[in-house]
Design a protein around this ligand. Sequence first.
Ligand code: PEP
Ligand code: MN
Length: 346
Amino acid sequence: MIISMRLHASQAEIDAVRARIEEFGYRVHSIQGEERVVIGVVGIGDVTACLESLEAMPGVEKAVRISAPYKFVSKEFRSERSQIRAAGVEIGGDEFVVMAGPCSVENERQIMEAAEQVAAAGARLLRGGAFKPRTSPYDFQGLETEGLKLLRKAKEATGLGIITEVMSDRDVELVAEYADILQIGARNMQNFALLKTLGKCGRPVLLKRGMSSTIKELLMSAEYVVAHGNANVILCERGIRTFETQTRNTCDISAIPVLNELTHLPVILDPSHATGKRSLVPALSRAGVAIGADGLIVEVHPCPEKAISDGAQSLDIPQFRKMMQDLKPYINLWSQTRMAETAATV
Ligand code: PEP
Ligand code: MN
C-alpha cells in the first residue's frame, strides 16, 4: 500500500497514520517527501480494512493498494508520466531529449570539441565517462577527478548539463558535485550499496538496464533509489546479452513500451551500446523516437578512430549532425503525439 498525505499534513497526522498502520500489523517501509509525504507500507494483513481506515484519517489524501513489487515507480502509484529536471532540461515532458558525447573523457581538446559540436547539433546534455567500467583491468579506467573537471569546463563553455557515470558509493558525493545526472552503468544496476547511496544524493539518476537483467529487475533497482529518498530516476534500455553476435548487444526495443506501461518514470534508449556499431545507431535512434522513448543517449567522438573506448560505436560529428537532422520529422510526430496525450489527461 501507498499512503499519500495531503500537502503540508502535520507531523501529528503523519505519526497517527504510522501508528494506525502498525496496529493493523503492517510495517512502514519508507516515508518520503517534505511538502507532500508519501508513506510506503509493506506486510501481510487485511488490506481493504486498513485502506478504509487510513482514508478516513485526518491529513490523508489517498490510500492505494499496489500489487506490483516495485511500488513507488509503478503506474499504479502514479498514472501520469514523471518529469525530471536536470540543468534546465525536462526529461519525460514535452521535449525529446538527446544526450550525446564521447564514451570517455580523454583530454581537454576532445571533450571541448565534442561538447561544442553536439550542442550545435541539438544535444541538450553532454555525456562522457570520467570513471569507466572496463572489462579488462589493463584498459583505460578514466581520468576520474581530472575528467570531472574537464566536464565542468565543457559545461561552462557550452551551457550543456553533464551526465557522467558513478561506479562506487564512495564516489557519489564527488561525482554529484560535477554532474547534473549521475549515470549508473549496466554492470552496476544491482549494486545495492550504490543504489541506496543514490537515494540520498539529491541529483537525478540515469539507471541503465543490466545486460542480463529483466525489466522487473530494472524496476526493482529503480525502486531502491526511490525508496531511499530520490524520486528522480530515468531508466535506460541499452541492449541485453543474447546468442546473437552481429551486434554487441541485442536491443530490446519492446522494453520501452513495456516500461511505459509499467512505470511513470522516463525511459530513454542508448542505441550505441545496444548495437556496438555506428552504422546501426541512426536506425535504432529512429526506432527509439517512434516507439515512445523520452530521449536518447548517444556516443559521439570528434575522431572515433582514435577513441580510447567504444570508437566502433561512436558517431563522428558530421554523422551525428546528419542523424539529428534526419530525426527531425520523427521528433515532430513524437511531439504531436505527446501533446495530444497531455491534452487528453488534463
Ligand atoms: C557507457 O555509457 O559508456 C557505458 C559503459 O554503458 P553501459 O553501462 O550501458 O555498458
Ligand atoms: Mn561506452
